[in-house]
Design a protein around this ligand. Structure first.
Ligand code: ADP
Length: 674
């Protein structure tokens, strides 16, 4: 579920990344295209300006050259009108030459054309009276008015076609006459446009000219479309004598918004965006995989039962799992900010959570660091809360340290218990050996005496009496009685020792059967009073011998028990009570306790020390293990009794006050109890 959520958030993040890349690329592309468009238009304008100045220079050059020729002819006539009939024709021929764009020059004394050079194909002009030609008269009168050269046109020519006319006035020497006439040079517009470079300009831009008759920016458009002037064109003034034209150049179809390689640029941006998205998504996928791997590692580290911590080569804690943190509780700050090993140690010492460090803090830290510096180390520590931990450290190849901490409290407890059990077993073996040896010593001590019964003092005495010459019958009888009495005493001691041995061996067998689960019980309803009565009768002689009172309070209770085993339990408890009581009384009681009957054996004996009472039901345990303990025993009786009681479904316990006496109680189920 968590992983699914994680995947979803990664997907959202990836979409966000793609969106960011798309938006950023769009913004960059938009800004770039704008700037690039402006730069392109500026460069285009520069190109057109350059183009315009070339055209301007060409046109101005051609017009100036033509005007100069016309002015020269006018000056020649002005100097000597007779030149017209003389060598003017030859001079004009020379002036027009090969490179002039003037197609003809007309001379009009009194504003009527009388001469035209060359005459051929211009005959129709002869006789043209400017004062009667409305279209041409405007320019003629302007030239006369300003007394200088003017460029007129384009106008329709009398001889056909269209042309520019350069007019230069010739002033008069006569006092009543201001001007002599006018000299006009005609340029074919088509020739002019061609030679000026207008006719064959690049098809990528449009050119227009305005300022008919040299009226400049205010004049009418005479070449190209007036739309060019409305299209933010590059404007250039073409200056000539007493007038000007204005030329406009603009890209065909208007100024382009984008440079011609715009589609390539856009394609590059799109490819760039796709490439960036690919890289960003790949990086994001790698980051996701890395995060997943880290999460996996973190959860694996967290899943480990032991505490794991990693320190880098500078001894900073770089990672640890929750188990590791749990050992130090919230007393120690392990992660925030990054902590060094030494600082964590100082905090541990300050928190007093390690009992062995208290009072020797510096020494403990130095010792701990010494371990930490080793390639591998292992140590066990007792924490203040009673837990035992084992710390194992390994140096990693990159110079860091991996620390594994495990809670070994249970292990320690089990070890302690095993050691305690082992000690008890050893003590038991000592005790059993001692207990076995005592009766055996007795038996083996008497056996040689009986084997050599002739050497017995009473046997020797009998021998002496018998060897007398006349043995006294009375004496013989006395000696024989003594011998028999001595042998009986020895035999009875051997019998007692043998029985004790048997008891001991039976106890050991019983216990081993109970321990290995081989002992079976056969419970049946039995009268408790009857069992108790027999016990009292059995132990009464011993009680009387010790001067003790042994009582049983009848209860009339019935229990569900194996009579033999119940008897065994009672023999043990009453036997112990008699063994550990020197004066006073032993009382046996039985009381109803729910679905059980509680049986107690109370004595007024030596009692059991508090620290021993919890262990006396364990196998091989005696309250007094000293060599000087006064009562004999194996330490098995109560352990066997506990097993037997538990096999019946009951429980057994003891209460005691040292010096005042003890009470041993156990419960037995009533019939019908399951
Ligand atoms: P033992 O054979 O040594 O009596 P038990 O298992 O019967 O073995 O008893 C274990 C120990 O419990 C005894 O050695 C003794 O120290 C203590 N004990 C048992 N019963 C009594 C009692 N009535 N009064 C005082 N101590 C007792």
């Amino acid at each position: 579920m968590a992983e699914e959520n994680n995947n979803i958030s990664w997907r959202v993040f990836n979409m966000f990344l793609v969106l960011v890349v798309v938006i950023l690329t769009t913004i960059i592309a938009y800004v770039y295209e704008r700037v690039d468009g402006q730069r392109y238009r500026a460069s285009l304008r520069g190109d057109l300006t350059q183009q315009a100045s070339i055209l301007r220079a060409t046109m101005e050059g051609k017009l100036a050259q033509s005007a100069e020729i016309v002015k020269t002819v006018a000056a020649l006539i002005d100097a000597d009108p007779a030149v017209i009939d003389g060598r003017l024709s030859m001079i004009i021929d020379e002036l027009l030459g090969d490179d002039s764009i003037l197609r003809d020059i007309a001379i009009a004394p009194d504003l009527v054309v009388r001469h035209v050079y060359p005459l051929q194909s211009n005959e129709s002009v002869i006789g043209l009276d400017y004062s009667k030609n409305r279209e041409q008269f405007v320019a003629v009168s302007r030239a006369l008015a300003i007394g200088g050269t003017v460029v007129a046109g384009p106008v329709k020519l009398v001889q056909g076609g269209e042309g520019f006319i350069i007019r230069a006035p010739v002033l008069s020497d006569e006092p009543d006459k201001q001007w002599w006439g006018i000299v006009s040079g005609v340029i074919n517009t088509s020739t002019f446009y061609k030679l000026a470079g207008l006719a064959n300009h690049s098809p990528q831009f449009d050119i227009a000219l305005r300022g008919k008759d040299g009226t400049g920016a205010n004049g009418a458009v005479f070449y190209g479309s007036d739309a060019v002037f409305r299209n933010d064109p590059v404007l250039t003034d073409i200056i000539f004598p007493n007038g000007s034209w204005q030329m406009a150049i603009a890209p065909k179809g208007g100024w382009p918004a984008h440079p011609p390689n715009f589609n390539h640029t856009r394609l590059i941006f799109i490819l760039g965006a796709l490439l960036t998205i690919f890289f960003v998504l790949t990086a994001s996928r790698l980051a996701q995989k890395r995060e997943q791997a880290e999460n996996l590692l973190a959860s694996a580290v967290d899943a480990v039962d032991a505490g794991l911590a990693l320190f880098d080569e500078n001894d900073y804690l770089v990672a640890c799992n929750s188990t590791f943190q749990s050992y130090y509780g919230d007393k120690i700050n392990l992660t925030n900010p990054r902590r060094r090993f030494i600082d964590i140690l100082k905090d541990i010492v300050d928190s007093k959570m390690i009992p062995e460090a208290i009072g020797r803090e510096e020494e403990w830290i130095a010792e701990r660091i010494r371990y930490h510096r080793q390639a591998t180390s292992s140590m066990e520590r007792l924490l203040g809360d009673g837990r035992w931990i084992r710390i194992e450290e390994r140096r990693t190849p990159d110079g860091g340290t991996a620390t594994v901490t495990a809670d070994i409290t249970d292990l320690k407890k089990a070890k302690d218990q095993a050691e305690q059990a082992n000690r008890a077993k050893t003590e038991f073996l000592n005790t059993v050996t001692h207990e076995l040896r005592t009766p055996l010593t007795v038996i083996l001590g008497f056996t040689p005496l009986l084997a050599n019964s002739r050497e017995l003092p009473s046997a020797r005495k009998l021998q002496e009496v018998l060897e007398q010459d006349s043995p006294d019958t009375q004496a013989i009888r006395r000696c024989a009685d003594d011998l028999i009495g001595e042998i009986s005493r020895y035999a009875s001691s051997m019998d007692k020792a043998g029985r004790h041995l048997l008891c001991l061996i039976n106890d050991i067998l019983d216990l081993s059967k109970a321990e290995s689960g081989l002992m079976a019980i056969n419970p049946s309803a039995c009268q408790l009073d009857q069992v108790m009565q027999e016990i009292v009768e059995q132990f009464q002689p011993t009680a009387q011998d010790k001067g003790l009172t042994l009582n049983f309070e009848s209860s009339g209770a019935t229990v569900l028990a194996d009579t033999i085993r119940l008897n065994q339990i009672m023999v043990n408890l009453v036997g112990n009570a008699l063994k550990f009581t020197d004066r006073g009384e032993i009382r046996i009681t039985a009381k109803d306790d729910g679905s059980f009957v509680k049986v107690c054996v109370q004595d007024t004996g030596c009692g059991i020390p508090n620290d021993a009472i919890t262990n006396i039901f364990s196998v091989f345990t005696q309250a007094d293990n000293s060599d000087t303990r006064r009562a004999t025993g194996t330490g098995l009786g109560l352990a066997i009794s506990r097993k037997l009681v538990e096999m019946h479904g009951g429980r057994i316990w003891a209460e005691s006050e040292p010096g005042k006496g003890s009470t041993f109680c156990f419960t037995m189920p009533k019939p019908g109890h399951t």
